[in-house]
Design a binder for this molecule. Sequence first.
Ligand code: FAD
Length: 574
Amino acid sequence: GPALRSRSGSEQPAGVLKEGWLERGAVIGAGAAGLAAARELRDEGHDVTVLEQSPYVGGVWRYDPRTETGDLLGANPDRSRVHSSMYEKLRTNLPRELMSFVDFPFDAAFLGPRYSSDPRRFCGHAEVLGYLDAFADYFELRALVRTRTRVLSVQLAEEAAAEGAAAAAAAAGPEDRCQHLKQQQQEAAGKAATEPLSPRFGFVVTSEWLGPDGGSNIAEHAAAATASPSRDRSQGHGDGQEAVSNDRDGGEKPQAARLRNQQQQELYDAVVVCNGHYSEPRLPQVRGMYGSGGSSPCDRGFPGEQLHSHNYRSAEKLRGKVVLVVGASNSGEDISRELSAGGAARVLLSAWSWKNEAWAADTAPYGPGSNIYRFPMVSELHADGSATFTDGRREGPIDAVIYCTGYRYSFPFLRGSAAAAARVEDNCVGPLWLHMLPPGPLAPGLSFIGLPWKVVPFPQFQMQSKLIARLLSGRVPLPSHDQMEADIAVHFEAMRAQQLPKRYTHMQGQQQFKYNDLLARCCGPDVEPLPWWRAELNRIVGMQRRERPDDYRDAELADAGSEAAAALSAAYAD
Ligand code: FAD
């Protein structure tokens, strides 16, 4: 078919602001959430800059063959970082029809060979990246993205100014300091008398440009970059010590003339945080996993290799080994099957408490022809290489342990009241109104896209972004702080009624569709809610995944019954 072009059909990225300039907004991250946010904010008339640490758009979908160095468990805060958690053979766990953004088909024929090479319904990671690349090109979003730019801090302008003044005063001599403070007090008094505090605050965003070969801990894949349609515009700029412009052919947001690793501070009216939450490993406390720290041979810790699934790339290195996989959610289920098929000697799959006891007590191989065996949670790792489980069984020796135990929310760049508004406690951020906004004076200036989990993310990112864009422009009024607090209280009350612990605050499952509808209603009558078939298809796929975890990806979805066939045909009619 004809090559996919930009929405406007122009060769030049638009990046044109509508009349009625509204807010200058920074979007942190150019993954799927950041791209959706950039589009909605730009289309609402805001002036958007997306700050992205890697050289690319697509976030976690850009496979990085490297692992972190120094600590494969991800427990050491000083380890080298790799953003992506994709493994080589990962296939999506949702059908592409369902994953798609609402108005941009995830369809191989629509995307064409430039962006698509894997038409399977449950495709590999490269196909999803191609889709996000196509989305960025079609909606002319690259013009808004400043790549290789890592956000180091986000701070309320007032707090940054106060900090600056305090630092200046501390640096000054005692007499100067006295003068300085007096002047500050006078200024503050004058300001209070003449200018009431604005309900909108500015944010100082400090970022670091990583140089033309930067995104230093995000692998530079020559092969991937040339094979993919991603426009990598800044290679070949010498050693990066000279001033560099990234927009030589208008493809990316102009870079200020900067030196590598030079920091820059900018003022934004609004900051939309889209930094993803699948990069910081969450680890269980298992006795013996770090060793006892003693020096006698009896004090040695578990001798085998240990890693988090964030650092798992392929089964190759574990051929012939006995591997304990901790956690049997999506990654644990998939990785244990991959290890078994890839020649591991034996795979022990240890599940958290949510898998029922009968599941863990079943001693038959898990899945046809597999050598996976089921266990309850591991309780201790021993120096002789064995492991004890909560039912008292002891197995070993075990060569390697892979923790598929999920990820933590992390916003290391937030400072002061912005950090306080997004405090993370037991996997709960905030609390936030609609999982997006702190219920206080920082809203709507500081917002978060993409926090809910167990969801179909892309269309939800769009709905969230539409609402944030409209709240920022004032087209949709922000509820009062009391109202936001009351709504949050209702959410926690509902969780208490279902006896859900705090760490499930952002877990949605089938609830996501009600939430998406609510977002659409908040946006106003011109925003259509997501069509019915999305909830239906999600329900059916979930069922199929539970019932036939071995082959749900390759089984015909329509085999799941006439309801699945109806949902699919509605998807294509849409
Ligand atoms: P990300 O894709 O992580 O993007 C965040 C971006 O922010 C990155 O580009 C990062 O470099 C940038 N960034 C972070 N910090 C900074 C900073 N300080 N300064 C500048 N830039 C920064 N979803 C599905 O729909 N289907 C699936 O089958 C599926 N499978 C998955 C399998 C795995 C193993 C994982 C980890 C996730 C999977 N997901 C799946 C969920 C996936 O995370 C979402 O689809 C989506 O890509 C998340 O997008 P995001 O933009 O929120 O985050």
